[in-house]
Design a protein around this ligand. Structure first.
Ligand SMILES: Cc1cc2nc3c(=O)[nH]c(=O)nc-3n(C[C@H](O)[C@H](O)[C@H](O)COP(=O)(O)OP(=O)(O)OC[C@H]3O[C@@H](n4cnc5c(N)ncnc54)[C@H](O)[C@@H]3O)c2cc1C
Length: 383
C-alpha cells in the first residue's frame, strides 16, 4: 500500500494502538479516533500477551517496558463454595519456557500509548457517525461532530460492540453467539491481603476470581448466568451484580460490600462475534470487533495484538486486498478453534447443573499438574 496513505483507526484499545505503532513507524499517516476522552484507564482486569503477540511486542521493542509492569502473579488456586481447595497451580513451573506475560488492561494501554503517541494523530471524544462511501479505493466517513473526511483505509478496532462492524457489514454476515453469561470487574482496596495470586471461587451458576494488582489493590471479576445482551448503565451495575450474588459466601460479600463508588465497574455480556469475512471494500475489522472470544479464552488481547501486527506488516509491502487475505489466512484458523474450545470451556467454568459441577470439581481435585504444563504450552505458544 502507498506509504503516504491516510489510515483511520477507530478505537484506541490494544488493537488500535498496536496498528498506530506499526503504521506510524512505517511512513503511513494514521489517525486514531477514540470515543473516550482519553486512553481508557478502566477495566483493571489482567490480560496476557503470549506466543506470537509476545514476539511481535519484542519486535516493536516494547517487551522490557511491558515486562516491567508484569502483574507478578505466580500461582492460582480454585475453591468450592465452602472454601475447600479444588486445585492449585504454580505458574512459575507451568509457564517456564512459554513466551507469556500478564499485565492489567490499563497498564498495557498506557505502555502502548507511550510508544504510539508520536506515531499518529489522535482525536478523543469522537466516533464515526456514518460511513458515507466505501469502495475499492477509499472510504468517506462522517464523524459525530459532523465533519466529513476521506481515508484510504478504515480499521475498525473498536471492540465487542464495534460501530464499524455495524456500519460496514450486513447483519447477515455477523453472528453473535451469547454464552448466556455476564461479567463484571472492578478494583478495590485489598480487603483480604492476597499476595501474587489468582483465587477462583467456583459455584454451579457463577464464579468469582480475585487477584492481587501491582498497585496493591485487589482486582475482582464476577461471572454469572444471565441472558441480557447489553450491560446496565454505570449507575445500575452494582445493584444488578449484587442481585446475582446476594446469597454468596462471606468472602464474595466482603468484596461486594466494599465496592468503592469511585472505581469504574466494567460489565458486559459474554458474546462471541463470528463474521464470514473481516473486510468489506476499504474497511477491515480486527480484535474483539472482528471475533470477540470472551474472557474465558484468555487470549483476546493476544489475538487483537497479533491481528494488528499481521495486518499492518502486510500493508507495508502488499495491497490492502492482499493484506486482508494475509490476516485471514494467518489468524482465522486459530480464532475459529479458540472460539469453539471457549464455548466448551464455558460449561466447565459455570456448569449449570449438579452433575457437571461434581464432575468438574472431582476432575480439578484429581488432575495432575503436568497435564496443565502441556496444555498451557500448547495454548499460549500459538497466538
Ligand atoms: C474481565 C476480562 C478479563 C479478560 N482477560 C483476558 C486475559 O486474561 N487475556 C486476554 O488476552 N484477554 C482477556 N480479556 C479480553 C481482552 O480485554 C480483549 O479481548 C481485548 O482488550 C480486545 O482488544 P481490542 O483492542 O480489540 O478491543 P478493546 O480493548 O475493547 O478496545 C476497543 C477500543 O475502542 C473504543 N471504542 C469503542 N467503541 C467506539 C466508538 N464507537 N468510537 C470510537 N472508539 C470506540 C473503546 O473505548 C476502546 O478504547 C479479558 C476481558 C475481560 C472483560
Amino acid at each position: 500500500m502507498n506509504k503516504n496513505s491516510r489510515i483511520l483507526i477507530h478505537g484506541a484499545g490494544v488493537a488500535g494502538l498496536a496498528c498506530a505503532i506499526w503504521l506510524g513507524r512505517n511512513g503511513f499517516r494514521p489517525v486514531v479516533v477514540e470515543k473516550s476522552p482519553q486512553i481508557r484507564a478502566d477495566g483493571g482486569f489482567i490480560i496476557c500477551l503470549s506466543g506470537t503477540s509476545y514476539r511481535f511486542a519484542d519486535e516493536l521493542g516494547m517487551l522490557d517496558a511491558l515486562n516491567a509492569r508484569d502483574s507478578d502473579i505466580h500461582a492460582s488456586s480454585y475453591h468450592n463454595r465452602s472454601g475447600s481447595t479444588l486445585m492449585q497451580l504454580d505458574y512459575q513451573y507451568l509457564f517456564d519456557g512459554v513466551d507469556f506475560l500478564q499485565i492489567s488492561r490499563d497498564e498495557i494501554e498506557n505502555v502502548l500509548y507511550s510508544y504510539a503517541q508520536d506515531c499518529a494523530e489522535y482525536r478523543f471524544s469522537l466516533s464515526i457517525e456514518k460511513i458515507l462511501r466505501n469502495d475499492s479505493n477509499s472510504v468517506e466517513v462522517q464523524f459525530t461532530d459532523g465533519s466529513i473526511e476521506e481515508f484510504d483505509l478504515l480499521i475498525g478496532a473498536d471492540g465487542l460492540h464495534s460501530r464499524v462492524r455495524k456500519l460496514a457489514f450486513d447483519e447477515a454476515e455477523i453472528k453473535q453467539h451469547h454464552l448466556g453469561m455476564q461479567v463484571a470487574a472492578y478494583k478495590l482496596d485489598d480487603v483480604i491481603g492476597l499476595k501474587n495470586k489468582f483465587e477462583y471461587h467456583m459455584e454451579k451458576d457463577r464464579y468469582m476470581v480475585l487477584y492481587s494488582c501491582r498497585d496493591g489493590q485487589l482486582g475482582c471479576v464476577f461471572v454469572w448466568r444471565a441472558n441480557e445482551s447489553y450491560p446496565p448503565t454505570a449507575t445500575q451495575r452494582w445493584d444488578y451484580l449484587n442481585g446475582y450474588f446476594k446469597d454468596a459466601g462471606p468472602l464474595a460479600r466482603k468484596v461486594l460490600d466494599n465496592y468503592p463508588d469511585t472505581s469504574p465497574m466494567y460489565m458486559d455480556p459474554l458474546l462471541q462475534v463470528e463474521m464470514r469475512r473481516w473486510h468489506s471494500g476499504r474497511v477491515v475489522v480486527i480484535g474483539d470487533a472482528a471475533h470477540c472470544m470472551t474472557l474465558l479464552s484468555g487470549q483476546g488481547a493476544s489475538s487483537a495484538f497479533s491481528d494488528a501486527s499481521y495486518l499492518c506488516r502486510a500493508l507495508i509491502n502488499e495491497s490492502p486486498e492482499q493484506a486482508f487475505s494475509t490476516l485471514e489466512q494467518t489468524m482465522r484458523p486459530s480464532i475459529t478453534q479458540m472460539q469453539e474450545s471457549t464455548r466448551k470451556a464455558a460449561n466447565w467454568y459455570i456448569p449449570g447443573n449438579r452433575v457437571r459441577q461434581l464432575i468438574r470439581d472431582t476432575g480439578m481435585r484429581l488432575m495432575p499438574t503436568d497435564y496443565f504444563k502441556g496444555y498451557f504450552k500448547k495454548k499460549y505458544m500459538k497466538i
